[in-house]
Design a protein. Structure first.
Lengths: 265, 303
């Protein structure tokens, strides 16, 4: 479906002429793209292509050498963005086993923000917590300690935390890593529902191109710059993609391997 | 009248009332004599706040920061004694707070990994204290000894006031910031994106840790601070199934260690601080062993 044109006005994200260095090395150079509200965008690319760097720059953790980033018209980390962005990191899904924290306790951390920081009670946000848990389908597990959940369930719990904050823009870093196929499919379905029913804007980093082709509206393929940015259905097949990467006569399965390898940048 | 004396005056009648119910030959004096009542109150106050703090320290993998800051505090005490201060613990508070802030800065700027900066401050400030004691004071006197191993008899009205102010203030702050603190401890980046002042909370937490450690020095001694700071919280991880229940279990194990330790030490004449620490370690061992035994006996229950 063509859900790309549904909203006008300020884009959710604007990246203009972005150049980012890490330890003196150019990781991203002259990156330009925009994400509209309500879009589901997949950011794909092989290991070391700068996906994580781009994500961290958008979040404001890494400083850009050149260019600018605007989220809803504001600079990253601006106070005006408080509570608008939900960040689903890999770290959160890999919480140490020693930490005993239930799904509900984890999700309830999402309602804390700069304005209610010193509140004694968060009862007024109870509905947000309950709804977020319901949305990701963890009602039965809500009092279970997260170390006893499966990888997919844990990922859902972290997404619920982002949802409890009422974030409009959800960014996910490799949420499909380390979870089985069923969990992967239901997670993708959840993201699809969040995008279409809850009008969330989604930017997801993944190296799982196959999965992304099934769900995302749009794919941005990153490798030493943006090699492809467009609708998912127009995403080139692997041999054309190889051409885009400057590699000729590569066999499809070689490229597939690049995507299927685990990654941890 | 300070806060500690005020609390003491309020609870003293009830302590005296329950004294006959207490076990042991000597132990009931903790409920009868004014000096011992102060000692017991101080022990309870530091245990409660240390346990609460300890749960957060464990999550952040900072179990040894308490030990580091306690050694720094000892350096502060030594400087205070040599300078002739009437209550050297204020010097300990100053040293410990500054070190905690510097350790936090070194860690958050990634100049040094967690353990290394703690180790440097621990040894550096301890060495400073020892050198100053040799040069300016009389070496390791009985007075110094009691700061190393704790001495409940040293807790006079002023000390109790100081302990009460530190522990109650820290407890209130921790209670108010528990949620943002947990968010920052679990995933600092997500917390920052949520709009939480991660740096501010981290600094506040460091200062609280420094202050709590100083308040514990007279009760268990600089060498044994970690016993009340980390051991009860670590034991609680075996039985708790949520963050909330871990916080409660930590208090159970912490207070059990204090009562058990004081009871035994008063009966057999062992040092109170070390007996409390030993009791905490024994509780940990018993819980850990019975937990792994029950895991072996019922393999389906993987918790």
């Amino acid at each position: 479906m063509d859900g790309v044109e549904i909203t006008l006005g300020t884009p959710a994200l604007e990246v203009e002429k972005l150049t980012v260095l890490r330890s003196g090395k150019v990781i991203l150079k002259d990156i330009n793209f925009k994400i509209k509200k309500g879009e589901f965008v997949a950011l794909v690319g092989p290991n070391g292509s700068g996906k994580s760097t781009l994500m961290l720059s958008v979040l404001g953790v890494l400083k850009a050498q050149e260019g600018k980033i605007k989220i809803y018209g504001n600079r990253p980390m601006s106070r005006k963005l408080n509570g608008k962005i939900g960040w689903v990191s890999q770290a959160a899904a890999n919480l140490p086993k020693e930490i005993k924290i239930t799904v509900r306790e984890l999700v309830s951390l999402g309602v804390v923000n700069a304005t209610n920081l010193f509140s004694l009670s968060f009862k007024d946000r109870n509905n947000d917590i309950v709804n977020a848990i319901k949305m990701v389908g963890l009602e039965e597990e809500q009092h279970t300690d997260i170390s006893r959940l499966s990888g997919g369930q844990r990922q859902r719990a972290v997404i619920a935390r982002a949802l409890a904050s009422n974030a409009e823009f959800i960014m996910l870093d490799e949420p499909l890593v380390g979870i089985d196929r069923d969990a992967r499919n239901s997670l993708l379905k959840l993201l699809d529902i969040l995008c279409h029913k809850e009008n969330k804007t989604i930017l997801m980093v993944s190296h799982d191109l196959t999965a992304m082709r099934q769900t995302a509206h749009r794919i941005i393929y990153l490798e030493e710059g943006i090699r492809y940015d467009g609708k998912t259905e127009n995403f080139p097949d692997f041999s054309t993609l190889a051409g885009l990467r400057g590699i000729e006569h590569v066999h499809d399965h070689d490229l597939l391997k690049t995507f299927e390898k685990g990654e941890g940048d | 009248m300070g806060l500690g004396t005020f609390i003491h005056d309020i609870v003293a009648p009830s302590m005296e009332a329950i004294a006959p119910l207490m076990p042991g030959e000597t132990f009931p004096i903790f409920f009868e004599m004014e000096m011992m009542q102060r000692a017991l109150l101080a022990s309870i106050m530091v245990t409660v706040v240390a346990g609460f703090l300890g749960v957060f320290l464990l999550i952040q993998n900072l179990a040894l920061i308490g030990d580091g800051l306690a050694h720094v505090s000892f350096g502060g005490v030594a400087v205070g004694i040599v300078l002739g201060a009437s209550s050297p613990l204020w010097y300990a508070l100053l040293f410990s707070t500054i070190s905690a802030i510097l350790i936090y800065e070194l860690q958050s700027r990634e100049l040094l990994t967690g353990d290394a900066s703690i180790a440097i401050f621990l040894t550096g400030m301890l060495a400073l204290g020892l050198v100053i004691l040799r040069v300016g004071g009389g070496g390791i006197t009985a007075d110094i000894h009691s700061y190393l191993f704790g001495n409940l008899l040293l807790i006079d009205r002023d000390s109790l006031d100081m302990i009460a102010i530190i522990t109650l203030t820290c407890l209130c702050i921790l209670a108010v910031i528990r949620k943002p603190l947990l968010a920052c401890a679990i995933d600092p980046l997500a917390a920052r994106i949520q709009g939480l002042p991660v740096r501010g909370i981290g600094l506040l937490f460091s200062i609280i840790t420094a202050a709590v450690v100083v308040s514990m020095v007279q009760v268990v001694g600089t060498l044994l601070v970690t016993a009340l700071l980390v051991t009860p919280a670590a034991t609680a991880q075996f039985v708790g199934k949520s963050f909330r229940s871990c916080v409660i279990w930590t208090q159970v194990f912490g207070l059990a260690s204090v009562f058990g330790g004081l009871l035994i030490s008063s009966e057999i004449g062992s040092g109170s601080g070390s007996t409390i620490a030993l009791f905490a370690a024994i509780i940990f061992a018993v819980v850990a062993i019975s937990k792994s035994l029950s895991g072996i006996l019922s393999p389906t229950n993987d918790n």
